[in-house]
Design a protein around this ligand. Sequence first.
Ligand code: C2E
Ligand code: MG
Ligand code: MG
Length: 748
Amino acid sequence: MTLTHPEEHTADDETLLHEISAAVPAYPITPQLLSLFAVESDSAMLLAGPDQRIQYANAGFTRMMGYEDHEVIGQRLIDVLSGPDTDPQLIHEIHHRVLQPGGQHKEVLSYTRAGRPLWISGIVNPVFDTAGRLQHVVYVLSDVTLAKLHEVLQYKVLDAMLHEESLAEVMALVCTEIERIAPDLSATVLSVAPGGERLLSLAAPSLPVAYSRLVEALDFDGETPAQWFEERVIGDAARDPLAAPYRAVMEPFGLAACWIHPIHAKDGKVLAAFVFYFRAPHHPDAFQRRLAEVCTPMCALALERENTRAHIHQLAFYDALTGMPNRRMLYSQAERELDEVALAVSTLAVLVIDLDRFKLVNDTQGHAAGDALLREVGNRLKRGVRGIDLVGRLAGDEFVAILPSCSVEHAAVAAERLLNAIAVPLGLEGGVVNPGASIGVAMFPVDGGDVDTLLRHADLAMAQAKADGRNCSRFFNDEMNRVAQERVALETALRHALIDGQLSLHYQPQLHCAPGNSLYGVEALARWQHPHFGQVSPERFIPLAEECGLIGALGDWALAESCRQLADWRRRGIDVPRVAVNLSAQNFQDVGLAVRVAAGLRSHGLNAEDLTLEMTERAMLDSGEGVQTTINAVHALGVHLSLDDFGTGYSSLSYLHRLPMKELKLDKSFVQDVSNSAAARSLIHSVMRIGDGLGLKVVAEGVETQAQFDFLRERGCAVVQGYLFARPMSAEGLEHWLDERRSWAPVI
Ligand code: C2E
Ligand code: MG
Ligand code: MG
């Protein structure tokens, strides 16, 4: 059949039309009617010559593709349709198989005159003359974009889901397909972050990562997530007052308009939403709306599947009552931790925590009260451990904590802390209960190399704790039990020591190296004399105080006591130029430190330069902004800062010049190696040069021999401290030492 322009029909057409008219006499088909059919059809119809160059294009083609017919006459259709993502192989086939009997039916991604991608279904039919020569080619095209997008998406999304790709990947895939078809918009998917308070950016493949960060900082602006995700259009973000909260997210990325389109589950619940952005003020057109509708069911499917998966995971790996990891989860996590700890040649503690007399609560106050108690204990345990630790419920009233990178001493402190946390009275429906628990501890690797053995041994230790009177902890290993019990006893004793005044300060003189060796100052060193444990070394009780939260009180005490003592000496005419107080890294994390130092100095009538604060390099290592602020505030008071044990930490010169230090204390380990180590000698030499360069006074500690002293003095060391001159002494002892010294001629 040949199609002709209304004015140009031929004799052949006439014959054909006659035949058709004879077959359907009620509707005589005239050539005019047939031509009108071509003109009015919604499908695009084109006629080309044997060279496949277009001779005629109907109005349907103009509507679909945006070209006027004079723009395409003389062109090849395959050239007119092709664009960036058109399949070249397909185009090649269409062109070269035009003689194929019965014509061709192809679907091809094409581009409108404006460059918009369009899926086109085309039928190509050759028309031959009676001698079998190609006379015309007829093309009938229809727009199948949405159907095709649906098909492509369905295939791709199902394939991605089959390959267990993540939800974010599936959503990004949908967005990318949408953007391919509608390049003037940026497609994104938002859902609700865990906790239900904030947005979660699931996919935004064409926007920078910074967009996702900004959008995830947004909350739901007083609405529920379902309300926020309702269909709405902000056609011009610069003007629309509704856009105010979102401008900060849109403006930096040049997004001028947006449109939120919810994604519903089958039961109507809102799961998430598409947010489409436009770079110019815009309201979505009919095509874009259809596009969104076509894509929504695929997204809903992926989201629902994810929710189901999360639910199954929750049921399989979490305890329904407390929401904590269950036995299965604990085992798999613990195995992973064990592998890591073994690789790092570290230790790990497994704590089995069993509630005492839980049955009594269940029996007397009912199961609801029992459940509430278990939930609360679960919460207390979660709050009582470090971020890297793992807690879960094994069964009934039995919980487990797994503490990676944990020493015996730390495990003992942790068990004690958990016992205290559990023991806080709890108001339940049937009255107040005083919960208690027994804890058994097994250590990896000594007590077992796998989770089963460790749990079994921790369980045995827990049974021992019950037998020993409940509400206590026991280690599986006897030696560890002893260490742990001593540790717990020591911690309790230290708490009392601070209150009962068992702590005192000893003072060690620091002398100028310059001739005369006048007194530069004294270093205050804490001493603890315990009635049962005897003299406990600061090397032992300072780390203990740091771990059990007593270091703040200890630091405050040392500061107050040093100030009091110095003021007392001044009043009595005893000339001590300054006192140096040791503080821990944690003391410098306390932003109130400078205020208390100022108050301490003031209340004893002292000046800032009477006090030096010694800090170790570690304070800088764990430092956040808080430490730097405290150091600056202390410096601003005029109090001197001294870097203790210099050379033993990760001496980094980069922070040295940032810190307002007055002194470097050369660690005693270098001083002691002076005579037998060339390395120590050259290190000392370097430290002196650093001190010189940065204008810092170098104080050498641990000077025990005349040879060490001579070496230091020759190298230009300013101040020395050590047993060669004096040991740390009580305040009274120091007074005697000063007295005696006055009667000496300088011996050094
Ligand atoms: P440090 O601040 O480096 O104190 C110097 C240590 O070297 C003191 O040990 C001192 O007794 C010892 N020492 C002094 N001269 C010599 C010597 O010639 N030879 C040898 N072998 N040792 C000497 P001590 O008193 O046992 O203190 C140990 C550490 O405990 C101190 O090291 C300090 O870091 C910490 N410390 C002491 N008191 C306090 C305190 O009140 N607060 C804080 N946070 N830490 C303190
Ligand atoms: Mg010191
Ligand atoms: Mg030191």
